[in-house]
Design a protein around this ligand. Structure first.
Ligand code: AR6
Length: 184
């Protein structure tokens, strides 16, 4: 586990499976339809159980066209997960968004942190949003994600602990390099 101080909050980087994270909330790298999929989304749905998809179907009724915009985030319970809450974020598809990709990726993290603040959630774990199927190069995504977290924390009391749970060594290394440059 690699730790950095961000004001009063702590940022942790580690390798692992986010479905096992013991944080109060975990973030999901979802898609606009919020219907589950592959990658971390599939793993979260499998671990949370079928109630998660049902909760998302309910929640979609309140979204225009039943679709969550890119850069948006919504919250559901975690059901069978150790985490009490799941914050579903829709990251940008790198090739499609072009110059807007960084802004949209940063917005996912900002929106997720805003939900933590509003609900007074003490801790959240993030995966590396958009760097799998959505094709965002991880060496470009890591500094955007980390800077968005720093900005999104502001000086509020929640969340106090932010963890990135990264699935492989190369992804962890990219986040470590970016965090060392930004926070040390
Ligand atoms: N724990 C932590 N990270 C994981 C896990 C896990 N269990 N499984 C995969 N990763 P991706 P995206 C990593 O493709 O690029 C889905 O089908 C993975 O190695 O899951 O935002 C959705 O439904 C990579 O580093 O998300 C969308 O359609 C990172 O999580 C689409 O994929 C993100 O990879 C979203 O694509």
């Amino acid at each position: 586990m690699h730790r950095y101080a961000l004001g009063e909050a702590s940022l942790e980087l580690c390798c692992g499976d986010i479905t096992e994270a013991d944080t109060v909330a975990i973030a999901n790298a979802a898609n606009a339809m919020l219907m589950g999929g592959g990658g971390v989304d599939g793993a979260i749905h499998r671990a949370a159980g079928p109630e998660l998809a049902k909760a998302l179907i309910e929640l979609k009724r309140d979204l225009p066209g039943g679709v969550l915009e890119t850069g948006g985030a919504v919250i559901t319970p975690g059901f069978l997960l150790p985490a009490k809450w799941v914050i579903h974020c829709v990251g940008p598809i790198f090739e499609r968004e072009g110059d807007s990709a960084a802004k949209l990726l940063a917005r996912c993290y900002a929106k997720a942190l805003e939900l933590c603040r509003r609900r007074e959630l003490e801790s959240i774990a993030f995966p590396s949003i958009s760097t799998g199927v959505y094709g965002y190069p991880v060496n470009l995504a890591a500094p955007v994600a980390l800077e968005a977290v720093r900005r999104g924390l502001g000086d509020g009391a929640f969340p106090r602990r932010i963890r990135f749970v990264l699935f492989d060594d190369a992804t962890l290394e990219a986040y470590r390099t970016a965090a060392d440059a930004l926070f040390r």
